[in-house]
Design a protein around this ligand. Sequence first.
Ligand code: NI
Length: 487
Amino acid sequence: MKKIIFSAALISVLFSCKTEKQMQQTTTDEKQHIELELPETISSEDIGDDIFVYTIKIGNDPEKSHLTASLPITLYDFVNKSEERLTQEFITEFKNEFEIQENGAILDFNQHFDVKFHSEDFLTFLYSQNASYGNNYGEKHFVSVFDLKNKKKIQPQDFFTNEENFIAFSAEIQSLVKKAIRERIYADKNYSSDQEREEVLQMLQESIQVGTAANATNYNALFFNEKGQWIVIFEKYQVASGAMGEFVIEIPKEISDKYIDQKFLNLFKKEAPEQVVLEPSQPVYTEVDCSKVPCVALTFDDGPSVYTPQLLDALKTENVKATFFVLGKSASVQKNTLKRIADEGHNIGNHSYDHKDFRKISEDEAIRQITLTDEIIEGIVGEKPRYFRFPYGAHTQENLAMVGRPVIGWNVDPMDWKFRDVQQVVEGMSKGSKQAIILAHDIHKTTVEAIPQVIKNLKAQGYHIVSLDDLFRYKKLKNGQTYSNGK
Ligand code: NI
């Protein structure tokens, strides 16, 4: 078996909690030193053609500064190294910002990615990094496009045969951006007259010119997707005022055909295969009857991740069912893992798209987080998740109403995101009680390594380990109501 060795870069983060004076909270971890290590070896058999999500988490308490950064792990070492470097920069930015924040603002930094194109020639990730300094999130996008045959990261200018084409292309984009800005201004009812609108447009001319000029920075989010559609994203403030938000420009075919290098256009000569959508199904019960025997439910949040297959192996060996509260962003990358979770009889729950704190986002964004994740999961396993869990369990009263299904909490929390120690996680997770819901995260190596012993300990105490379907079999669950155990 061929082994692929990943660089075992140690991302060492000194994380001191300065926010407690502001939050009137007592905490014992004045200084928390977290060492994060990328998986050292993964066999190519495990990876195959898949892309795995590796998630780094520093802190998970919404009342304190925290960071969550996902990066892809692939079959290609040069890709992994590049994306690891990029993630390290983001973590360093967080660390530096944390040092600067003397007033104790709560930093909430997130990085996630989506696969926009994947063939044997090219691989494209669209990254989204968002950061909150206490209130709403500021967001930026950029892509990593890899030429897999030539083992090279593609720069925006590489999409064009020569500099002239790039410049001519950017002039066309400039007109498209002007048109998009004009439409947005005319749709905005806050202007008193069309004359005022024209004045604002006039004032924006220069920033549009500067923000769309042909250079690598302006076009760091230029890419093509699986359908051969070329897209460029301009950040908030790049071409217009921040209040106007970002601009996602879908480039008309006649423009991409005219300027883009033929070798990229040739990729889309053949039709993409149609996706098969399966029929939705009902809850599936095992022979365990939780009204007669003591049960506990293991729930795993924030995946799927590079460690999830190992966790599934352990659950299979011990013949127990669990529930996975997955993130839409990771499920869309690790489709085969999600399929395996469903095929092996575990429950899948919706845990939002990219783990934002629902108290900090608009109603529209909250609905988008829920429905987009439903669609991604349904598209892969053929059914919409029956359970929902808020990131951090944090939500407003209004959020509860929009979920449209039972909200699942927990009553056993091993704090596995904090204690990256197998024995400590084993102890924390083994504290079962009748009909308990145990929380854990399958993005942490230590958590996954703890599971075989956790299962043995719980079984030794007489518990049956079940999915939420089994735990709630005889209970009439209400939409928008929170359940933190099966009683
Ligand atoms: Ni979570």
